[in-house]
Ligand binder design. Structure first.
Ligand SMILES: [Zn+2]
Length: 337
């Protein structure tokens, strides 16, 4: 165990209490199991042959916000916030995307008012070559080969590249889009939704999660695991969506089984690893864009619980500067977490 994690556990009486509870469940040796095999229980339960995938992280543009908005106790200085997306290589489905970051289309959509207010409140830095489309071409992925895009939620910084993938189907929580489509004009802009970013034939290619794809996780299966319901996105146990609502209605994260171990793409449930590691959620001001602050707080707690109970789990937040530095080689992708 890493020194930092040892320290964190020692500092954290809640974790110790949870650990002792876990050890008295039906799986008494849980705490002594090799870390990989406890996850194997989840994978094997969800799909006996759930394949391993590989994961690459890229950035597609960035924006700027004062640090104190994104994390409690942050400074007044403006910080750069990358818009990360993931390309998951699946043995049968090929390259699967999780979100897309910004693209040039974002600027076209935010030219007229009221959408221009979005750009004024959230200044976006984006250069040619930084879109998901261009990032993927640069690493040899043909955009027309992308058949699956999993959308965490429908804020512009996650969906601005959807139009660039003409053969993709879109997978998401139905409520995430239904709640946005009820909003019009300035109301939609205030919630970060720009309907023009969606492809014209979006509905034809949409595959919102069906009730059949959802599974209830038995409470004893993986002690400390905070999610009771998961969605088996491709039906083979390889990509598991978990509910992380609050930042947006119906926001999801994605759990993956990679060669390097388990990983969670947690979208905007936290804006950085520092936030959940140090228990510093965003300021109340950031709550203005959140439709459900209570749900946000419980999603944030779930992340903290995961981080503490499963130090071997790699958690990647969509706007985390540390993750960008560690995994993207200046945005270009290529380092597997
Ligand atoms: Zn975002």
């Amino acid at each position: 165990m890493k020194e930092r994690d040892k320290q964190q556990r020692a500092d954290n009486p809640t974790y110790l209490a949870e650990g002792s509870r876990a050890s008295s469940t039906a799986v008494p040796n849980f705490l002594h199991e090799p870390t990989q095999s406890r996850w194997d229980r989840l994978w094997e339960w969800v799909g006996p042959s759930s394949p391993k995938v590989s994961l690459k992280i890229f950035s597609a543009g960035s924006c700027r916000h004062p640090e104190w908005v994104t994390i409690r106790g942050g400074s007044l200085r403006s910080i750069r916030i990358p818009a990360l997306f993931a390309c998951i290589e699946h043995p049968e489905a090929g390259a699967v995307l999780f979100d897309t970051g910004y693209s040039e289309r974002f600027f076209r959509e935010t030219d007229p008012f009221p959408a221009r207010l979005y750009r004024m409140v959230t200044p976006v830095d984006f250069e040619k070559g930084q879109s998901a489309l261009e990032r993927l071409i640069a690493v040899g992925v043909d955009p027309s080969d992308i058949r699956h895009i999993i959308v965490s939620h429908f804020h512009a910084d996650h969906v601005a590249g959807l139009r660039d993938f003409p053969n993709a189907r879109f997978f998401y929580e139905r409520e995430a889009l239904d709640s946005m489509r009820q909003l019009k004009g300035i109301g939609a802009v205030k919630r970060g939704f720009l309907p023009g970013l969606l492809p014209d034939d979006f509905d034809r290619r949409a595959s919102p999660f069906s009730s059949e794809s959802r599974v209830e996780v038995p409470p004893d299966l993986l002690p400390g695991f905070p999610f009771r319901r998961i969605t088996d996105v491709l039906g083979d146990g390889s990509l598991l969506a978990v509910d992380l609502p609050g930042h947006a209605y119906g926001q999801i994260g994605l759990l993956l089984r990679t060669e390097q171990g388990p990983a969670l793409l947690c979208a905007d449930a936290a804006w950085s690893a520092a936030a959940y590691r140090e228990n510093r959620p965003p300021s109340g001001l950031a709550g203005i864009i959140m439709p459900d602050r209570k749900a946000y707080a419980s999603s944030f707690r779930a992340l903290r619980q995961l981080h503490e109970a499963f130090p071997e789990l790699t958690i990647i937040a969509s706007h985390c500067p540390e993750a960008e530095q560690a995994y993207t080689k200046g945005g270009e992708g290529g380092i597997e977490p």
